[in-house]
Every structure is written in structure tokens, then in C-alpha cells.
Design a binder for this molecule. Structure first.
Ligand code: SF4
Ligand code: SF4
Length: 386
């Protein structure tokens, strides 16, 4: 391909062009939040605020060509506001965040996507779904039920693969926020073998779920039980389970991200993240290294929150399969060598076009899924004041 066909990262766009590029996202936001006009004032305020927030962030992504820097605001807001709306909903319906273990096993809990990969095998072998969440629409406390949420997960996954972990996961934002706090990491050396952690947790949890025929991860290892519904501690076992949840949350989601500036829970522990990595193979978008421009200074490697770049992968011009398409490496690269890419096209051929196409898909889904969660959390807060 002729060199002149290659388009490097552009200078900041004009306000007019950035606004034009933002228009489809603005229409999508209006469509997604239009229903709130028929309900309470607190919902209207929360929806308008969320829509403006999401449109403004997309505009800045168009104007500046930075992705990670603006996406992070959305993702941290999602991570912080999810527990607000969720805990309010659980307490309104049950009067407590503690759910008895038998109700969890019976599926009378809010739906969560994280146990999906750990329960596929038990379901296939035993011909019964053992799942901590209602499968019926409006069942349990989840509102949409498992079928609706599984459909949303599938749609997002097919298009953006492990991008789910940067644009949809309602837990990852807490640790991304923590990782953003220190200007520099206190701990720089991390054993690369920790990358296998999520796969090890996934394997152990599949086997445990199979052996016990229970959602083992939800009952024993989920760090996010500390900020959602937990096991009603009616005996020593319940107390131990809750102690594990709090310890994992404090370590993996708070302390280690503060020390390393990495998303340690996502990169070294989350079994759903490991499962989601597989779908990076089916997504048409990825992040590549243009070898012809790379020096290699490894700034991209240092900026990656999930250790998804190594000396060898940079040499090959690739990211590892754990890449969650956050864009930190693309923003960090001083040579415009880390680029967005559409599979089947030449690397670095119109990377900005690839970035735009990816962002339209990812942001539309972020508004549909994460936006509604942000609005719910905001509504809970607004409701206190009006
Ligand atoms: S930051 Fe850019 S130039 Fe440096 S190693 Fe990474 S891709 Fe190459
Ligand atoms: S390789 Fe780049 S896009 Fe992928 S997770 Fe790391 S920083 Fe984010």
C-alpha cells in the first residue's frame, strides 16, 4: 500500500467537525433516555445529566483524538454509581443487603453476568441451570431478568469482544478510579505469570460449581459482593464468606490498583475477563502496533492497565488476547504506532477511521447499558434532595 494512503493520528478536529461526528451519538442518547420524560422528576434530571455527560465525553474524544482519557470518566462514574442504585434497589425490596444463601442458590437474586462462564459446563452436563439470578423477565429483583441481560451481553460481546471490560462492566470502574489516583506507581515490577490468574480462577470455579452444583464464585470469591448484595451471615460459614469478599475487594480493587496503577482485579483475578478474552477473536476490532513507526520505547507497555503488551508482542505488532481495548496504549504512544485496527485491513491504514467505527459501536452500547446504570445511580442521589 502506498505510504501516502496511511493516515496518522490527526491534529485536534475543529469544533464544527467534532459536533457533526457527535450528532449520531446525541440522537442515540435522546432515543435511549426519552422514556424518562414520562416518569418522576428525579429520573428526568438523572437522565438529562447522563445524556449530556455521555455526549460531552464523546465530543471530547472526537475533538482531541484521545480515547482512554475521556472513556475513563464514564467508566469510573459507572463503577461508582452502580452500587448506589443497586444497593438502594436491594434495600427497597428486601430491607437488607444480606441475601440468605438458599435464595442465592435458588436464583432469587439480581442477575449478574460474571458467573456465566463458570456455570455453562454444569448446566450442559446436568441439564439444569444453576444461576444466581432470575431467568424470567421481571423475575427476582433484576427487572430485565437473565434472558434480557444475556442478550445485551451477547450483542456487546460479538461487536467489541473484550471491550466489554472497558465499556460495559459495571464493576471495573472502581479499580480504574483507584488506579488513576496516584501520579506514579509505587510497585512497578509485577511477575508476568499473574496474567494466568484469571484462567486459574475460572478453571477452579468451573470445577467447584460442577462438584457442588452451586454458583461457587458468587458464594466464595466475588470481590464485588462487598458493594452489592452479600451472604446473610447467619452462621460462621456466612461470616467467613463475607470476610473473603471484603478482603478480596480491599486488596484487589482498592489497595493493589493504588500501588500499581493497574486494574489488578481485572488483570489477575476476574474469571469473567478470562472468558471474555476468547471473544477478542470474534470481534472485528483490535489494537495493533505499527512496526514501521515503533521505536520501541515501551511507553505503551507501561501504560497498559492489564499487562496486555510485552516486548515480544510489540515486536510482533500485536496486543495479547487479554487486551480490553481501553485505548491507554494508543493515547500514550508518542509515535502514533499503537493504533486502532479493523481485522482484515492493513495495520495503520486509516487508523482514525477504525477508531471512529469502534467508538460508535462501543459508545452506543455504553450509553444503552452503562448509561442507564449511571442514570439509576444518579436518580437515587437526586431523589434524596428533591
Ligand atoms: S509507545 Fe509506541 S513507539 Fe513506544 S513501544 Fe509502544 S507502540 Fe512502539
Ligand atoms: S493493550 Fe492497549 S488497548 Fe489493550 S488493554 Fe492494554 S492499554 Fe488497553
Amino acid at each position: 500500500m502506498a505510504t501516502q494512503d496511511k493516515v496518522l493520528s490527526p491534529q485536534p478536529r475543529s469544533v464544527g467537525k467534532s459536533l457533526l461526528l457527535t450528532l449520531p451519538i446525541a440522537f442515540w442518547s435522546l432515543l435511549m433516555f426519552a422514556h424518562s420524560w414520562r416518569i418522576q422528576r428525579s429520573a428526568q434530571i438523572a437522565s438529562v445529566t447522563t445524556a449530556v455527560f455521555m455526549i460531552a465525553l464523546f465530543f471530547m474524544m472526537m475533538r482531541t483524538s484521545s480515547t482512554y482519557r475521556w472513556r475513563r470518566w464514564f467508566f469510573v462514574a459507572l463503577g461508582l454509581l452502580f452500587p448506589v442504585g443497586f444497593i438502594h434497589q436491594v434495600i427497597a425490596m428486601r430491607g437488607t443487603m444480606g441475601i440468605p444463601i438458599e435464595e442465592m442458590i435458588a436464583g432469587r437474586t439480581p442477575f449478574c453476568y460474571i458467573p456465566i462462564p463458570m456455570l455453562i459446563l454444569p448446566a450442559a452436563l446436568m441439564k439444569t441451570v444453576v444461576f444466581p439470578g432470575s431467568i424470567r423477565p421481571h423475575g427476582g429483583m433484576s427487572g430485565g431478568g437473565m434472558a434480557a441481560m444475556a442478550g445485551i451481553w451477547l450483542a456487546i460481546t460479538i461487536v467489541i469482544g473484550k471491550g466489554w471490560c472497558s465499556y460495559a462492566c459495571f464493576f471495573g470502574g472502581i479499580e480504574e478510579g483507584m488506579a488513576s489516583v496516584p501520579p506514579k506507581p509505587k510497585v512497578r515490577k509485577i511477575d508476568p505469570r499473574w496474567r494466568y490468574g484469571p484462567w486459574a480462577v475460572l478453571l477452579v470455579m468451573v470445577l467447584m460449581s460442577l462438584a457442588l452444583f452451586e454458583p461457587a464464585y458468587c458464594m466464595w470469591l466475588c470481590p464485588f459482593k462487598a458493594v452489592s448484595e452479600y451472604v446473610a451471615a447467619r452462621n460462621t460459614v456466612g461470616t467467613v464468606q463475607n470476610g473473603i469478599f471484603v478482603l478480596l475487594f480491599a486488596t484487589l480493587v482498592i489497595a493493589l490498583p493504588l500501588l500499581t496503577k493497574k486494574r489488578t482485579q481485572c488483570a489477575f483475578f476476574c474469571p469473567f475477563g478470562a472468558f471474555q478474552s476468547i471473544f477478542n477473536k470474534t470481534s472485528i476490532f483490535d489494537v495493533k502496533i505499527d512496526r514501521s513507526r515503533c521505536t520501541p520505547c515501551v511507553l505503551c507497555q507501561k501504560s497498559c492497565p492489564t499487562l496486555s503488551l510485552t516486548d515480544e508482542s510489540i515486536e510482533k505488532g500485536e496486543t495479547l488476547m487479554s487486551c480490553m481495548k481501553c485505548g491507554a496504549c494508543v493515547d500514550a504512544c508518542p509515535k502514533d504506532a499503537a493504533v486502532w485496527h479493523i481485522k482484515g485491513t492493513e495495520v495503520a491504514l486509516k487508523p482514525e477511521r477504525a477508531r471512529l467505527m469502534f467508538l460508535y459501536a462501543a459508545w452506543a452500547m455504553a450509553i444503552m447499558f452503562g448509561g442507564s446504570i449511571i442514570a439509576e445511580g444518579l436518580q437515587t442521589i437526586v431523589h434524596v434532595f428533591i
